[in-house]
Design a protein around this ligand. Structure first.
Ligand SMILES: Nc1ncnc2c1ncn2[C@@H]1O[C@H](COP(=O)(O)OP(=O)(O)O)[C@@H](O)[C@H]1O
Ligand SMILES: Cc1ncc(COP(=O)(O)O)c(N)n1
Length: 263
């Protein structure tokens, strides 16, 4: 069986973070593993509190996994602070996994800072150059390049180009927060490609970015080429949002098992 590892934060409500990632891996028939960076007390309405784990235990988790198990793909989500980022980068350079999908999580949909402001430049310097692909949403893309608001597909293309220049092998700027259809823009230094799906009208989009990046990692773990992996992940997130779950009183989670249990 192919394997994937998520390095991210825990979401107590199970809709985003580590929990979304593991569900996504399972739904793809990939064996999931996790290195927890931070614990959030969170639900569908808000993030109440965040507690980061020490860089030491983050490093120890990475050593435990990589020293024993072949990791076919890594997904990185919430990394929270500069010290955590430094140890993650150091271990990834040491163990050299073949694929790294970096979701540069910055702020939760409910508006809580999941990346300390002073950690942004460390993420850019240490993690972006290691990424097979980086998957910012519009807000994160704006913050990565500090070049104003992105409001059009053309703007997303320009941002993708500038983020590519920061060192990842490819970029997928996600258009979930734009108006109209859900259009994501891919750039790999050679060409642009757009991945488009019809926008689904729902408030239940908690964890969509986590789900998409883990789905890409799952497809890469199974040996698919990058664009094929994005295509598969985009089809998956569309189903997971279409059948998303009205759980809780706020923004409900995506449905990872919609193939079997439709809402
Ligand atoms: N309402 C929606 N209908 C269809 N696809 C969506 C919707 N909202 C987001 N998506 C898709 O879900 C994925 C996650 O996007 P986005 O919401 O922009 O990221 P994030 O969760 O990081 O903010 C992207 O592929 C985006 O196009
Ligand atoms: C632990 C953790 N990781 C990531 C997200 C982002 O997900 P969203 O953008 O849907 O709030 C989150 N809310 N919590």
């Amino acid at each position: 069986m192919k394997t994937a590892l998520t390095i991210a934060g825990s979401d107590s409500s199970g809709g985003a973070g580590i929990q979304a990632d593991l569900k996504t891996f399972s739904a793809h028939g990939v064996y999931g593993m996790s290195v927890i960076v931070s614990i959030t007390a969170q639900n569908t309405q808000k993030v109440e509190e965040v507690e980061d784990l020490s860089p030491r235990i983050i490093g120890a988790q990475l050593d435990a996994v990589f020293s024993d198990i072949t990791v076919d793909a890594v997904k990185i989500g919430m990394v929270s602070n500069p010290e955590a980022i430094r140890v993650i980068a150091e271990k990834l350079i040491q163990y050299k996994p073949k694929f790294i999908v970096l979701d540069p999580v910055m702020v939760s949909k409910s508006g809580y800072d999941l990346l300390q402001p002073e950690a942004k430049n460390v993420l850019i310097e240490k993690l972006l150059p290691l990424a097979t692909i980086v998957t910012p949403n519009l807000f994160e893309a704006e913050r990565l390049i500090n070049n104003g608001e992105i409001t059009t597909i053309e703007g997303m293309k320009e941002a993708a180009k500038q983020i590519y220049a920061l060192g990842p092998q490819a970029v997928l700027v996600k258009g979930g927060h734009l108006e109209g259809d859900a259009v994501d823009v891919f750039y790999d230094g050679k060409q642009f490609e757009t991945f488009e799906e019809e926008r689904i009208e729902t408030k239940n989009t908690h964890g969509t970015g986590c789900t998409l990046s883990s789905a890409i990692a799952s497809h890469l773990a199974k040996g698919e080429a990058l664009e094929e992996a994005i295509e598969g992940a985009k089809t998956y997130i569309q189903g997971a949002i279409r059948h998303s779950l009205s759980i809780g009183h706020g923004s409900g989670p995506t449905n990872h098992f919609f193939q079997w249990f439709k809402n």
